[in-house]
Design a protein around this ligand. Structure first.
Ligand code: AHR
Length: 495
């Protein structure tokens, strides 16, 4: 029997709610169709934003949304997306699918979307092909309250008050699509550009995020931290879980065998090593952990669904994705002393999306349900916990059988999330508290066969249910977690 030990007397870091963040790019059907349909659409909307999608995202308490890219960010010129829509430039989205970008979703629309969602804003600026002046003026446009050319322009465009910009990314993947720079060059460019990301607010500062490494490029982290570490609040990390090592054949989202299931989970686990090793480098330059590691792109990346535009990155989402999300979010929780934000890629219709749409129809993916079940970890305090696990899986995909994390909310309620990674074995687990005694334990479970997904024809095949296979006796909770299952428990302690 696996034993999960929880030590409530040893509170650790705060799990920033932003770890449960999302990412939306002008890519495929993420922004257009997925989020924004325009005021005249027959699809029910508020100021152009789909009501069904906005309501579903509020349900998972979406804390922050990154925009406009991704690679698109370093080709985006923000002035193209303001002012009367009929005058906005129509152009080719050269990076993603070669389709027409009519700029009908720009700064004001993004801010309106975040207002409706009640979430924080994370704008990614253009360092790759934009000028320092352009970046500086965008910040002035959005955040300055006084009289200035950019603040006046914002007012002319209908927004009197400044917007709130919480996070600002100074370039994206500048080692690749954002300019193919060397780390030394980027670090110097970062220092220059960020100088002009001015703080116009009286009571708060914009949190500045530098472009961090691609996967395991430790030299990038070392160089950028050394040269520019003291000018940043956060450093990004991008890591995608790609089942096969060949870029042209990443693997199907829905057709895979057990071996491929385990290989995918093993690759998801790599996140832990990446966080540990990048954090160790950051610790060297920033021992007080002032700079956050911002994992602003993560998730599964498969071959696109057959028959869809290869540049749209549209993929289905199965229980395998739910397990990747469960594992990864547990890892982030456990490393929340350094990981301050994470943004799964991407919100709707792209890569590991929480929502898929087709015309007026919408489905919630298994990954969505994990975010729903984990939402009480947001802004809770991580508690010390440990569990002895055993290795399972295919010869090239060995993973621990169970993954867990535990947190305590301000009201004292404890949230425990445990994933059983096995494709076939039900595991009993005992939860033992080193101090205090649970009074009540209630739970939710998401569990199904590894390849199961929701479809537009059957939108509710995979959904969470009340979890009842557990008992609380003499302070010890015993539960049985079915294979490919994730449970989220709420525990109240005796006073
Ligand atoms: O999320 C898709 C793309 O992946 C992003 O545009 C880019 O930053 C990354 O390579």
């Amino acid at each position: 029997m696996a034993k999960l030990y929880v030590n409530p007397g040893n509170p650790k870091s705060k799990i920033s709610k932003e770890i449960y963040g999302h990412f939306s790019e002008h890519l495929g059907r993420c922004i257009y169709e997925g989020l924004y349909v325009g005021e005249d659409s027959p699809i029910p909307n508020t100021n152009g934003m789909r009501n069904d999608v906005v309501n579903a995202l509020k349900e998972i308490k979406i804390p922050v949304l990154r925009w406009p890219g991704g690679c698109f960010a370093d080709e985006y010129h923000w002035m193209d997306g303001i002012g009367p829509k009929e005058n906005r430039k129509k152009m080719i989205n050269t990076h993603w699918g070669g389709v027409v970008e009519d700029n009908s979703f720009g700064t004001h629309e993004y801010m309106e979307l975040c207002r409706q969602l009640g979430c924080e804003t994370y704008i990614n600026g253009n360092l790759g092909s934009g000028t320092v002046r352009e970046m500086s003026e965008w910040v002035e446009y959005m955040t300055f309250s006084g009289v200035s050319p950019m603040a006046d322009l914002r007012k002319e465009n209908g927004h009197e008050e400044p917007y709130t910009v919480n996070y600002f990314g100074v370039g994206n993947e500048n080692w690749g699509c954002g300019g193919n720079m060397r780390p030394e060059h980027y670090a110097d460019e970062y220092r220059r550009y960020q100088t002009y990301v001015r703080d116009y607010y009286k009571d708060k500062k914009i949190y500045k995020i530098a472009c961090g490494p691609n996967v395991d490029d430790y030299k990038w982290t070392d160089t950028v931290m050394k040269i520019a570490g003291k000018y940043m609040d956060g450093l990004s990390l991008h890591y995608y879980t790609i089942p096969r090592d060949e870029w042209e054949h990443k693997g199907s989202a829905t057709f895979f065998d057990e071996d491929m299931y385990y290989v995918t989970l093993r690759k998801a686990y790599r996140m832990e090593e990446l966080i540990q090793r990048h954090s160790a480098i950051m610790d060297h330059y920033d021992p007080k952990k002032k700079v956050g590691l911002i994992v602003d792109e993560w998730g599964t990346w498969y071959d696109v669904e057959p028959g869809t535009n290869p540049g749209f990155l549209y993929q289905q989402n199965t229980m395998r994705d739910a397990m990747v999300a469960a594992i990864t979010l547990n890892i982030f929780n456990k490393h929340s002393d350094r990981v301050r934000m994470a943004n799964i890629a991407q919100l709707v219709n792209v890569l590991q999306a929480v929502i898929l749409t087709e015309g007026e129809r919408m489905i919630l993916t298994p990954t969505y349900h994990i975010f729903r079940m984990y939402r009480d970890h947001q802004d809770a305090t991580l508690l010390d916990s440990s569990m002895k696990t055993e290795e399972i899986g295919a010869s090239n995909g060995r993973v621990p059988n169970l993954s867990e994390s535990v947190s305590r909310a301000k009201d004292g309620t404890i949230t425990i999330t445990i994933a059983n990674l096995s494709s076939e074995t039900n595991y009993p687990v005992e939860i033992v508290f080193s101090e205090g005694e649970p009074e009540t334990v209630t739970g939710t479970i998401l569990h199904h066969a590894i390849f199961m997904c929701n479809t537009f024809e059957e939108p509710d095949l995979v959904h969470p249910k009340e979890f009842t296979d557990m008992k609380l006796e003499n302070g010890v909770t015993t539960l049985h977690i079915p294979p490919c299952g994730v449970v989220s428990l709420k525990v109240t302690m005796k006073k």
